[in-house]
Each structure stands twice: as C-alpha cells, then as structure tokens.
Unconditional design. Structure first.
Length: 522
C-alpha cells in the first residue's frame, strides 16, 4: 500500500509523512496562539500600547511624497484587477440565475477567463471607419474620456481609516487610505462623473455612423437627466453632516449601523442607487447600447483595445458608483458594530464587501429586469425621480432644523414621522391600479398626449412658479415704472401749456408728404 505512487513518481508514504509533520506544526502554532492570546489581541487592537511614537504622514515630507505614489499604484492594481474579475463575476452570476454553468474552460473554474478576454482584445485588428478625416483624433480620444474619469473620481473616496504601518527607516507612520481629503469632495464627484458624458457624445459624433450617433444622443440625454437627480440626492448627506468632505460624511456614520444615513433618509438612498445605475448605462437603463435597436450604440465602430476601454469604463463605473453609494449612505468603511474603530485594517475589507454587495445587486437587476422604453426612461427621470429627490431634500432639511432646535431625540422623531408620511403618500400616488382598472396605454399616455399628470407635474409646476416669481415682480416693476414716467411726462406737458411754453409736436418726418416740384413751364 505504501509503495504506491501518486502521479507516477511521489510515494504515498512521503505524502503521509508530510501530512503528519503539517499536523504537528499546526498543533504547536494553535497551542502558542491560545497561550499568548492576550498579548496578540493587545498587539493588534491597541497600537498605542505597542508603539512609542507614531509620525503623522502630513508631518513627514518623505511620507507626503511616497504615500500618493504607492497608494495610487496599489489602488490602480486593485481596481483594474477588480474590473477584470467583475466581468467574470457577472457572467457567473447570470449563468447561475439562468441555471447554466457559465465560463469554466479557461483555468480552474474559469478563473483565467478575464486574462483570455484581455489577450483576445489586445491582438484584435484595429479597424477604423472610413471618412473620419479631421475627426480622427476625436475618435481616438473618446474612449479615454470615458474611462479616465471613472478612475479620477476615486481620489476623494477613502477605502478605510488611517492605519499605522512600519517603514524602512524604523519609524511608524499613520497614513490615510485615500489620495485627497478635500472639503468639496461631493462636488468633485459630480464634476468628474459628468466628464464621461463628453466621451460618449464625441464617440458617437466622430464615428460617422447613424447608429453610433443615436446611441450617443440617448446616452447624453440619459446621463444629464439622471445627474441632476444624483446631485440633489447627494445633498442629503451634506445637509446631515454639514460638510462636503467624503471623509466627514463617512465619519458622521460612525458607531452602530443605525447611524448610517440610509436609515435616516431611505428615499434619498434608493433614488441615488437608481440614478447611479442609469449613470452607468446599465440594465434596465441600457438604451444607448440596445443591441436589438442600435447594434452596439456609440461603440459600434470601435474594435480592439478602444472597444476594451469602453467596456473597462462600464465596469470601472460599476465599482466607482458602488463606492459612492457605500460612502454616502451605507457607512463607507464603517462596519456598523465598532470593530473598525478598534482594528482599522478591517476598513478596506468592509468597503470591499459592500462594493461586492452592490455589484451583486447591479448584476441581479440586469439578469431580471427588462429594458424600459426610452420615453418611459425620460418620464421616470424628470417626472418621478426629480420630484422625489426634491422631496427627500425637504425631508432632511426639516428634520435637521428641528433637530438643531430640539436635539437628537427631536430629529429622530421628526425624521421618522416624515418617513411614514412619505411612505403613505408614495403608496397612494404610485401604488398599483385597482383590480378592475386597466393600465394606461399609448392613447392616454401623458408623454404622447402632452397632458400634465401626476404629483411630479404638480411639484414641477410649483417650483416653476416659485422660480418665476422674481421675474414677474421685475416685469411688473418695469411696466409700472414705464407707466409712471408716461404720466409724469403728460403732467409736465400740461403744466407747460398752461404757462404758455410751446410744446414741440412729435417728429413725424417719416410720415411727411413729399414737397411738390414746379413744372418746367412755370
């Protein structure tokens, strides 16, 4: 029995001996861990007791130089690797939803499938459409304008709290797990995410293809429509914290998970998630890339690595919007139980776990929901999402004002009451139709008939009226001023006539008759 060989050359007794030695070593390690558990926990959870002096990264010029360089390199590696395996994750999950196997041929369990896809796109022929002319440089730069902003937006999102690490000089440094903590982080996110719209629009315009142009127009209109809703919903955490810094917003959710802003305003969180899905052109908002209608939309004329850049931008966008949603409403790197405060190194793991949950949600939505009609997409954005986002801001504004006056208890009570009112109003306004009532068809569709309908129209009309009030007052003031001037001029002319001062008649030179000329016989 012991003389048998595994793989034709490894004796069984050698494998057994290695196994026994491994078990012995494992037992020794376990005994040592149990006997020194107190010292180990002290070493991990209380760094202040094991380190005499910690140097802040902001106080060291060397740390200020190396921290952005090393952090950017590590983040780029993680994000690019994550993008590659997000494609595999999506294919695996969709196969699971559809009761299929999914990719399993390249590498063990298909783990090398992203590498195979990348190599295939690298060696693909670079085909360019004819007739580009002077627009060729626009055609080439468009994929980069789409992909680069999704990386730049990550600069203001921290992956964890500051951690203490040793360095080669023998000192310990406290370094932030983020590139920049600027006081306008939310504004940075809104500004950078809007740049991707230019990449899509320029790609469709420069491709010299009607399908590409239609896809670019769809994408631009969709992204602009939902960026407005996204910006308004991002105002909710800014109002609660009183700061636009992403770090301050995450720190404002420290403690138990009930402190996460999703529990203080779930309406704004849901609106933000929907707007972010539409921002990434993912299903059910993937109309710019509708294969059945537009081939591949604005990507139709791209191939090779330029096509890969667009696909990379889509999946990097999924990761970026997951980080944004997790940071704004779901605690960021806070675990909800206070463990990260004791063990900061858990912060990045918590953030990665939340990102994976959001990615699973996006893939689940793609696998289950059909693509909606384009007019319905616009109606959802302008007549439903926009009014609801304004309502969410009003909800938080009232709760914050009451909380400042009555304290935390008043804030919680008022926020809860407003939340219940929003749920009740939403049920009556957007609930299902009665059993005997049929849904609206195209003949009665407000988009087709142009008839205003719903709470969205009411709120928009009210806002339009408020915006128009100053202009109406200015118009009334100007009209009244003109009338007053005319009356004053008339009074002055009347007084002048009474005093015998001649008043010049109006100039009617344009209506004067031509002077008759004498005939030649006179």
């Amino acid at each position: 029995m012991l003389s048998r060989k595994v793989f034709g050359f490894i004796p069984v007794w050698l494998i057994a001996l290695v196994g026994v030695i491994g078990l012995v070593i494992t037992g020794v390690v376990v005994v040592w861990l149990v006997s020194n558990i107190t010292e180990i926990l002290t070493f991990i959870f209380t760094p202040s007791e094991r380190i005499d002096q910690v140097i802040e990264c902001s106080d060291s010029s060397g740390c200020l130089f190396w921290q952005p360089v090393l952090y950017s390199a590590i983040l780029l590696f993680i994000v690019v690797t994550g993008f590659a395996y997000t494609t595999l994750l999506e294919r695996k999950f969709i196969a699971w939803f559809q009761q299929r196997v999914g990719p399993n041929r390249v590498g063990p369990s298909g783990l090398l499938q992203p590498a195979a896809d990348g190599l295939k796109l690298i060696f693909k022929e670079d085909i360019r459409p004819a007739g580009l002319g002077e627009n060729e440089w626009v055609y080439l730069i468009a994929p980069m304008l789409k992909a680069i902003p999704t990386l730049v937006v990550l600069a203001v999102i921290p992956l964890g709290p500051p951690i203490i690490i040793p360095w080669f000089d023998g000192n310990f440094y406290r370094i932030p797990l983020g590139l920049a903590d600027i006081n306008v982080g939310v504004l940075w996110i809104l500004a950078i995410t809007s740049i991707g719209t230019y990449g899509v629009a320029l790609a469709g315009w420069s491709s010299n293809n009607k399908y590409s142009m239609l896809g670019a127009l769809r994408a631009s209109a969709q992204m602009i429509s939902y960026e407005l809703t996204m910006g308004i919903s991002l105002a909710v955490p800014v109002l609660i914290v009183g700061s636009m810094s992403v770090v301050d917003i995450i720190e404002g959710q420290r403690g138990l998970f009930v402190n996460w802003f999703v529990f203080q305003n779930p309406l704004a969180a849901i609106i933000l998630i929907i707007a972010l899905i539409a921002e990434t052109n993912r299903a059910p908002f993937d109309l710019p890339e509708a294969e059945q209608e537009l081939t591949a939309g604005y990507m139709t004329e791209y191939s090779g690595m330029k096509f890969a850049l667009f696909m990379m931008a889509e999946y990097l966008g999924m990761i970026a919007v997951s980080l944004i949603a997790a940071s704004m409403f779901f605690g960021g790197y806070q675990d909800g139980f206070g463990l990260v405060d004791s063990l900061p190194i858990l912060g990045p793991l918590v953030m990665i776990g939340k990102v994976l949950l959001f990615l699973f949600l996006f893939i689940w939505i793609r696998a289950t929901l059909p693509r909606i009609r384009y007019d319905r997409l616009m109606m959802l954005g302008w007549k439903v999402m926009l009014p609801l986002s304004l309502l969410a801001v009003v909800w938080t504004s009232v709760a914050v004002v009451v909380g400042d006056a009555l304290g935390t208890g008043g804030y919680i009570i008022v926020s809860g009451i407003l939340g219940v009112l929003v749920l009740i109003g939403g049920y009556f306004m957007f609930g299902r139709s009665p059993a005997g009532e049929e849904d609206d068809d195209l003949e009665t569709d407000p988009i087709i008939t142009g008839e205003p309908y719903g709470i969205g129209n009411i709120i928009l009309q009210a806002l339009g009226g408020l915006i128009a009030v100053p202009f109406v007052l200015v118009n009334i003031g100007i009209s009244g001023l003109k009338a007053t001037v005319k009356v004053a001029i008339g009074i002055l002319e009347y007084v002048a006539r009474l005093g015998g001062v001649p008043v010049e008649p109006p100039d009617d030179s344009d209506k004067s008759k031509p002077v008759p000329t004498k005939s030649g016989g006179d």
